[in-house]
Design a binder for this molecule. Sequence first.
Ligand SMILES: Nc1ncnc2c1ncn2[C@@H]1O[C@H](COP(=O)(O)OP(=O)(O)OP(=O)(O)O)[C@@H](O)[C@H]1O
Ligand SMILES: [Mg+2]
Length: 266
Amino acid sequence: MEPPADAGRERPLLEARNISKFFGAITALDRVNFHLARGEVLGVVGDNGAGKSTLMKILSGLHAPSEGEIVFDGRPVRFTSPRDAREVGIEMVYQDLALAGNLPIYENIYLGREPGPRLLGMTVVDRRKSRTMAKDHLDRLKIHVKSVDQNVEELSGGQQQAVAIARATAFDARIVIMDEPTAALAVKEVGKVLDLIKGLKEHGVSVILISHRMDDIFYVCDRVMALFHGRNFADATLADTTRNEVIGWIMGTRGHTDSLAHDRVH
Ligand SMILES: Nc1ncnc2c1ncn2[C@@H]1O[C@H](COP(=O)(O)OP(=O)(O)OP(=O)(O)O)[C@@H](O)[C@H]1O
Ligand SMILES: [Mg+2]
């Protein structure tokens, strides 16, 4: 589905209001606000420990917020597990990918959600169907692997990242959250992952991309938000900011954009 032309102005697909998260004495998030439109690619930046992963774990149902509310498509929601978030179409690709290395690609894509008839509460896995569906899905995403029977541990870092993204998008995801998907990749593989993100956007899927790499952010994102010490620090469309300004946000400084006007991205 194509994202509507006025994607930025309509009701957000996902919104979080006044989210706080306490881990014992640590305040990981302090009244954070967040919004995401349909088909929008949002970059999330911030220094180590700024709260990026924690916020995304809350939006994907892994952590419950200590305070605040989440609104999905206009309705307040309370996720008690990633399964709840997945049910409304929110999927997260974790920093450590969470793939099963000793299993083939096609099994990783459907892990725990295999196609096939249900019998006595268990799914009778239809391997042939699952293999074909995996192959079709990878083709749609333009992900090339030798065979879906290959074990994931035999793949390069970029291919593993692609399988993790394929897994996240196998069931009509509406929002895919990616936590530093390019951090461990070689340059050539980074481009492929970023192009996958562009492909998802073209299909109307919203993407949240946590990244420390300005090249990634400025290549794929529509907007960027910065957290600093667990708080909202800045938020701007890419057209309204510069790499240097965003780097400043990560360090907790603002301004100086006029002197950097030549660096503006249009
Ligand atoms: N499960 C946890 N238990 C206790 N403290 C935690 C937990 N998860 C995160 N924190 C703390 O919350 C704060 C925010 O961490 P978070 O992982 O969200 O940061 P981040 O922005 O993702 O950093 P990085 O760029 O290093 O991945 C940090 O002080 C971290 O130590
Ligand atoms: Mg993190």
